[in-house]
Each structure stands twice: as C-alpha cells, then as structure tokens.
Design a protein around this ligand. Structure first.
Ligand code: AMP
Ligand code: GLY
Length: 423
C-alpha cells in the first residue's frame, strides 16, 4: 500500500514502525516527520494542517490510505476534505473530533449515550468558577474546554491555584470544573469505522513529570502494556476490554453516528477505575502518545489492514486484533525545562548503543539532523521501548538503553512500570 502518515511525534514514528514490521512492501510517506521517521519513511513537504495540500499530495501520489496522527489536522478538517474526495483516511472529521477538541461536547455525548463520567459544571466567569469549585470541593479539577496541548487540566488542593488556572483559560473560552475521581488510570484504544468498534490492548500512561507522580502534568513520560493488575477485579484483560467496549466505546460511536457525525478513526478513552466503577475522564480522537509506543509493538495483526478497514467502513470483516503475551515498557527522554520551557538544540549521543540493547528499539519524538549527528528539537525527544517476557526484563532493558543516551539536562522518570514489577 501507499500510505501517508501525518504528524511528527513518537506516536507517528511508532505507527510507521508497526507498518514497516508487517514485512509488506508498503511505500510510506510522512509529513512533517522527524529525524527518526526519516529513517523509516519518505518525508514529504506537505503542510499537515492544510486540507487541500494533503488531498492534492494524496491524489498526485496515488496514496491508498492517509493516517492522521495528531489532533491539529483533525480539527483543521483534513479528514473531511480527503473523505470528500474519496481518499481513505484514518481519522475523524472535524465534527466528530470535537470529542477531543471540546470537553463540553464530549460530556454531552456521554450524557446522551449513558456513558459513566465525572460530574462537571461549565463556567464562563470567575464567579461561576468559584461557585463550581465550592460545589465539588477539594481536590479541585479545572479543565480548559478546548484543546490546550496537554496543559489545560489542573488537579490541585489549592483553591487560589484552581481559580488562577481557570482565569488563564477563561479568555479563550469556557472552562469545566469537574468532580475529583480517584483510582488507577487506564488508556484504551478502539478502532472504529463509524459503526463497528474493535478494541486494542490497554495501556497505562504516566502523565506527571516526576517520579512518584510528582510535578506538573505532561504529554506523558512513559507507559506500559498490558495491565496484569486488571485480572483481579475484572476477571482478566479480555473481560475488562469487553466491558469497556460495551459500556463506553459502542454507545459513544452509536451516538455520534445517530447525530450524523460518524467517528472514523481511533477513539481513545482515558478511564479511571473508581470505587464506584469505571468512569471516563477524557476522550481523544487519535492514538495516545506514549501509549501507542507500547501497544503497537504487541499487535500481531497487520496494522495497515486494520486502519484501511476502519477508513473504508469494512471493520466487520476484520477479526478482533490479537496481541502478543510479550510486555512493553516505554520511557520518555525529555529536554531540560520540559514541559514549561524546553531547551532545544542540544546534541544527542549514544543512540546506536542504546538501540543495540537486546529487546530495545528507539522511537523518535522531537529529533532533527544537525551536521553529522542529531539534536533534540522539542520537549519530548525520544522514547526508549523495552520488550520482554516479563515486566522486570522489559523495564531493565529500557533503562539499560537509556543509560547509553547522552543529552545535557535530559530528564526521564526512573519509576515507569516499577510497581507492576513489584506486584
Ligand atoms: P487530561 O488532560 O484530560 O488527560 O487530564 C490529565 C490528567 O488529569 C488525567 O490523566 C488525570 O490524571 C487527571 N484528571 C483529569 N480529570 C480528573 C478528574 N476528574 N479527577 C481526577 N483526576 C483527573
Ligand atoms: N498520553 C495521553 C495522550 O496522548 O493524550
């Protein structure tokens, strides 16, 4: 197949590596890509957020499938234009992508579909924010309604900080104050063709910058898959996945379809396992980053077929995706100053040594070529992915590889998947 992947992060690199691992003679194009992606795909000069430019490229190059990685092209309507021209695209149109782009839209869909989620109040003035904070009490959960590049959510015991966070976003739209939910978090991916849903294996993401879940929220500092601790309360991963497919994914996909905004692409459900049951904390309209880096290496079926089937409305012909028993752990290497003010442009070293550790591969997030070598060009720079038969093995491999990598001021968590090893 001739496949165009839009995006420039580790998620897109992981998607491309999964396509490459099929052993088929795919021609893979990427825009804008990064230095790691350039080793596995042909970088093409197309503005990923320009619907006409992407569509023209796909037409002129006989692209069979466009895979949209990040949310920005979805919100820009790239999928709508491609679909309007009959080009198979994995990624929802602008209207369905509001599931991620607008938290009030997501809440409305969940209410209509009967999907369990935290109670929330919408506020457009400081007075409404204050009243909503007092309604739910501490800890306070304050969310920007629109896309905020992972910075929109604050969970805090500090009422003054909660008010200040709300103030910072009130200028650009509404904010949501939500009841605090407590419990382990699970990220679930579902492929959808607008009608059918196929689940992938769950993962856990580490959102805070520091060890022990300290420090600010980030895009994600590490992840692992599968989640063996689901066995106890849920009777195993399969039963858990069945339950979430039935109670969350299918009702949401049906609701969007009924409203005339079918969701074709990747439905990401961010879940929290509370004492009162599983609740949705957020939806994304795309693969999660870094969860993708641990889910896709375990996928046994050809990713291209699944994505094409979703894009062409033929998921019903596909079997439920199967996953290897092997486990995967990824640790993110971030630049100094991430997430507030990442320092970029610094040299990376030791990548070959890191990649040669058994069971390890590197996935690039923000790297660029500079002279003979590579430099860090963004906040999250690289993912080191360790695969193994046990979490102890996969984790040890990932950290052994990380120790080979040099990046001045580089930061990473040392406790990714530590607890699952102890258990
Ligand atoms: P989000 O950007 O929506 O993924 O939220 C970032 C993180 O904030 C989540 O992964 C949770 O850890 C936390 N969070 C969001 N909503 C809630 C909530 N209602 N209760 C507790 N924690 C939350
Ligand atoms: N890892 C969380 C996200 O992709 O939004």
């Amino acid at each position: 197949m001739r496949i165009l992947v839009l995006g420039s992060g580790a998620r897109e690199h992981a998607i491309i590596l999964a396509l490459r691992s099929e052993g088929a003679a795919h021609e893979v194009f990427a825009a804008p890509g990064n230095a790691g992606i350039a080793q596995d795909a042909t970088i093409v000069p197309v503005d990923q957020n320009d619907p006409a430019a992407v569509t023209d490229f796909a037409n002129e190059n006989a692209v069979d499938l466009v895979v949209i990685g990040p949310e920005a092209p979805l919100v820009a309507g790239v999928a709508d234009t491609l679909r309007g021209r009959g080009i198979p695209v994995f990624g929802p149109g602008r209207a369905a992508a509001q599931l991620e782009g607008s938290k009030t839209f997501a809440k409305r869909i969940m209410d209509a579909a009967g999907v369990p989620t935290g109670r929330a109040l919408r506020a457009t003035t400081p007075a409404e924010v204050a009243a909503a904070l007092d309604e739910f009490g501490s800890p306070y959960v304050v969310k920007a309604d629109g896309l905020a590049a992972g910075k929109g959510v604050l969970v805090t015991d500090d009422r003054v900080a909660a008010l200040a966070h709300a103030d910072a976003y009130l200028g650009s739209g509404a904010i949501l104050v939500e009841e605090f939910l407590s419990g382990p978090e699970v990220s679930m991916f579902f492929l959808s063709d607008g009608d059918r849903v196929l689940p992938l294996s769950p993962a856990q993401d580490f959102k805070r910058l520091g060890d022990g879940d300290s420090g600010p929220n980030t895009g994600g500092m590490g992840a692992y898959s599968p989640l063996p601790w689901l066995a106890e309360p849920f009777g195993g991963e399969r039963a858990f996945v069945d339950q979430i497919t039935r109670d969350v994914a299918e009702p949401v996909i049906r609701q969007l379809d009924a409203e005339g905004t079918p969701f074709i692409g990747l439905l990401y459900a961010g879940l929290i396992l509370t004492a009162q049951g599983v609740k949705v904390i957020e939806f994304n309209a795309r693969f999660g980053d870094p969860e993708t880096q641990v889910v896709l290496p375990r996928l046994l079926d050809p990713l291209s077929q699944l994505l094409l089937a979703a894009a062409t409305g033929t998921l019903e012909d596909q079997a439920r995706p199967a996953f290897a028993d092997a486990v995967a752990v990824t640790v993110v290497l971030a630049s100094e100053g991430y997430p507030a003010a990442p320092v970029t442009g610094r040299a990376l070293s030791g990548l070959d040594a890191a990649a040669s550790v058994e069971g390890v591969h590197l996935v690039h997030a923000a790297t660029a070529v500079a002279g003979e070598g590579l430099i860090a060009s963004g906040g999250r720079v690289l993912n080191v992915v360790g695969l193994g038969t046990t979490f102890a093995e996969a984790r040890a491999r990932a950290y052994r590889a990380l120790a080979e990598i040099g990046l001045e001021g580089g930061q990473y968590r040392t406790d990714i998947a530590a607890r699952v090893v102890e258990a």
